[in-house]
Design a protein around this ligand. Structure first.
Ligand code: S3P
Length: 450
């Protein structure tokens, strides 16, 4: 599943009147968890709206390698799971390609099994820190053989019986929280995760939906204590995956910064742990109407109407970062077209995403004439609503899908074209991106492979 090495540059040119009525592919976080929990639960899980990106397909293959049966009938994915506690040892290493969520959650899931599991990834994933997940797993009794600095490739040897732990998550990370909770599924007794800063809560909500004995208490300081009783039964569910707000961010910002645009985006996940970008853009003056807010499968969803807008720079509250962590690259693009300065701080986690996103965004902006300052954990962008002088540069994407999509959006409102050195990684999270953007009227061309 590791990504092919053939890169394909792509170029975006100034466009206007982006118009259409679109549906965004399924949420990546919920899609990973649907394959994992469906693969683990007893009986049948049926999933509609699954994101069929490379990252998710890697998770599906890993679950198959450990005994889950997965097939597709029409648009529905049907899974027959192994039953909780009954995953099988994979005969081959699990290759997660570019997928941090896939690999980190699966390490948690299998870490508490008395078996050996090896993990691989592409150059981006191999450079990312895994200690954040391996350390709590070690406390539970897992032995780790890893490359230097706890990086991939690595092998886990689970204990005969894992220890339940109380673990305070040291950074705002839903992946770390989830890995410990998933390890708790096959551990006797109660595993507790303490989460001082709330992150996306899909693991908690979905595990409860599958029948896990999981409870959450929030103390007087707002700290969440999540308890999971291990070795219970999980039962297959029917899941309709809502549209990914992180993917929505690209056409949404494109419509805001291009003249004459008016877009409807349907069925977008509006879980409050994921809507920080919409709040921020609204504070900057964006015309984003939230239409028909409703509950679907236990999640908030809505349709969005987005129109070209005059934006003004703001200081983004630091405590909003977890609810928009994947959206800072494209927020920086919106900020480039805002009047005045946009200050984004508390961005330390951006340094350990698919690339060092803080550096990648700053270099990409600089290469295209946008005035910005990179701090250790912050980014300040000084905007120019006309886009005059912007563009003309080539952006290094460092195997990062969100860097590629963000800078293609920059090109849609810049005076000169913007080129990204490789658009192939977009397939990890949003394979429909090019067609969808072109259908709205965006001028994006992909070069022949070289
Ligand atoms: C995710 C959690 C976030 C996010 C990633 C998806 C998840 O990572 O960046 O794209 O599905 O749990 P961290 O937990 O490292 O912040």
């Amino acid at each position: 599943m590791s990504h092919s090495q053939v890169s394909k540059p792509a170029t975006a040119r100034r466009s206007r009147d982006l118009k259409g009525d679109i549906r965004i592919p399924g949420d990546k976080s919920i899609s990973h968890r649907s394959f994992m929990f469906g693969g683990l639960a007893s009986g049948e899980t049926r999933i509609s709206g699954l994101l069929e990106g490379e990252d998710i397909l890697a998770t599906g293959k890993a679950m198959q390698a450990m005994g889950a049966q997965i097939r597709k009938e029409g648009d529905i994915w049907i899974i027959n799971g192994t039953g909780n506690g009954c995953l099988l040892e994979s005969e081959t290493p699990l290759d997660f390609g570019n997928a941090g969520t896939g690999v980190r959650l699966t390490m948690g899931l299998v870490g508490s099994y008395d078996m050996k599991t090896s993990f691989l990834g592409d150059a981006s994933l191999t450079s990312r820190p895994m200690a954040r997940v391996l350390n709590p797993l070690r406390e539970m009794g897992v032995q780790v053989e890893a490359a230097e600095g706890d990086r991939l490739p690595l092998t886990l040897h689970g204990p005969r019986t894992a220890n339940p732990i109380r673990y305070r998550v040291p950074m705002a990370s839903a992946q770390v929280k989830s890995a410990v909770l998933l390890a708790g599924l096959n551990t006797p007794g109660v595993t507790t995760v303490i989460e001082p800063i709330m992150t996306r809560d899909h693991t908690e909500k979905m595990l409860q939906g599958f029948g896990a004995d999981l409870s959450v208490e929030t103390d007087k300081d707002g700290v969440r204590h999540i308890h999971i009783a291990g070795q219970g039964k999980l039962t297959g569910q029917t899941i309709d995956v809502p549209g990914d707000p992180s993917s929505t961010a690209f056409p949404l910002v494109a419509a805001l910064i291009t003249e004459g645009s008016d877009l409807i985006i349907r069925n977008v996940l509006m879980n409050p742990t994921r809507t920080g970008l919409i709040t921020t853009l609204q504070e900057m003056g964006a015309q984003i109407d939230i239409l028909d807010p409703r509950l679907a499968g236990g999640e908030d969803v809505a349709d969005l109407r987005v129109r070209s807008s005059k934006l003004t720079g703001i200081t983004v509250p630091v405590d909003r970062a977890p609810s928009m962590i994947d959206e800072y690259p494209v927020l920086a693009i919106a900020a480039a077209f805002a009047e005045g300065e946009t200050i984004m701080d508390g961005l330390d986690e951006l340094r350990v995403k698919e690339s060092d996103r803080l550096a990648a965004v700053a270099r990409g902006l600089e290469a295209n004439g946008v005035d910005c300052t990179e701090g250790e954990m912050s980014l300040t962008v000084r905007g120019n609503p006309s886009g005059k002088g912007f563009g003309g540069g080539t952006v290094a994407t460092h195997l990062d899908h969100r860097i590629a999509m963000s800078f293609l959006v920059l090109g849609l409102a810049s005076e000169k074209p913007v080129t990204v050195d490789d658009a192939t990684m977009i397939a990890t999270s949003f394979p429909e991106f090019m067609d969808l953007m072109r259908n709205l009227g965006a001028d994006i061309t992909v070069a022949e492979a070289k």
